[in-house]
Design a protein around this ligand. Structure first.
Ligand code: SAM
Length: 278
């Protein structure tokens, strides 16, 4: 099996509550619009299909579906896929339950593979799973298509712990209740570029929700050199852009200056007869 946030193994996770996840993590419409315009500009046209390998309840995908684009999603948690199918009804190519490192789509490859929630920061370096994940993304991307994934690049360690990275709420959950979320760094290992993160979610008016729901996991940050060396494993993929998502929208970033949560955009080279593309 691939990777999990550790507490999911034994306890409930935020991922068992698709509506709470969705309410807390839905991007602002203007942010989605800027990401979408960036995608269209880089691709040269409106994508015919977008696939999310860890789709959750189609939090990002449903925006593409609302634009009339066909979407596909995979997630390890069946509740997430049930919720995603309902949200993308009418624009759904395929939604499947499975491991993002072993994708079993029947209707691929897709024009854009897309994971912007930061979940890929859970892949550890040198860990075979990230290689498998990228191999799966490449295999499921059409020639001339694109991969957009959010990763983390090394930034200075906080000067105190726990360090509050971000928190927000209350957000409305389906008209039934409210939810709050926070992300804190509990400690850092600068040698391995790992941060121990605590995610805390609290709700009101959601009877089944175990309050508070606290999960801890390790997030990995790449150095630029390491990431660029890793990419050499995929000669069919070419780096074409990178950006961070700020509250006001998309901020394009440059190599030599990557820091923190960053989305990298890769184009898959276009010759279908190239043996590297098989
Ligand atoms: C942070 S959410 C991302 C949701 C989505 N990409 C979005 O639009 O916000 C991470 C998702 O990854 C799923 N997940 C965790 N481990 C997975 C794995 N090995 N394979 C597929 N999905 C996985 C979780 O169930 C959860 O829905």
């Amino acid at each position: 099996m691939g990777l999990f946030i550790q507490p999911y193994m034994s306890n409930l996770s935020l991922y068992n509550f698709p509506e709470v996840y969705d309410s807390l993590r839905t991007p602002a419409p203007h942010v989605f619009e800027e990401v979408y315009q960036t995608m269209v500009k880089l691709l040269g046209h409106v994508p015919e299909s977008v696939m999310d390998p860890a789709s959750g309840p189609a939090t990002w995908l449903s925006f593409f579906a609302d634009k009339g684009i066909m979407v596909a999603g995979n997630d390890i948690v069946p509740e997430m896929i049930e919720s995603a199918k309902k949200k993308c009804n009418g624009q759904s190519l395929e939604f499947i339950v499975g491991d993002m490192c072993d994708l079993k789509f029947q209707r691929g490859p897709f024009e854009v593979c897309f994971e912007l929630s930061g979940h890929c920061g859970l892949f550890l370096p040198g860990h075979e799973t990230f290689y498998k994940f990228m191999r799966e993304l490449s295999r499921n991307t059409k020639p001339n298509g694109m991969i957009m994934v959010t990763l983390f690049f090394v930034e200075p360690c906080p000067d105190h712990y726990p360090f509050m990275v971000d928190q927000w709420g209350p957000v409305n959950v389906n008209g039934q209740g409210s939810a709050w979320i926070s992300y804190e760094i509990l400690r850092s290992n600068p040698t391995l570029n790992l941060d121990q993160v605590r995610r805390t979610v609290r709700t009101q008016g959601i009877p089944a929700f175990p309050n508070p729901l606290v999960e801890e996991y390790e997030m990995f940050s790449w150095t630029e050199d390491r990431f660029l060396a890793f990419l050499k494993n995929f000669p069919e993929l070419v780096l074409i852009d990178s950006f961070s998502i700020e509250k006001y929208g998309v901020h394009h970033t440059s190599w030599g200056q990557q820091r923190g949560e960053t989305t990298v955009v890769l184009r898959k080279l276009g010759c279908p007869k190239d043996p590297l593309l098989s």
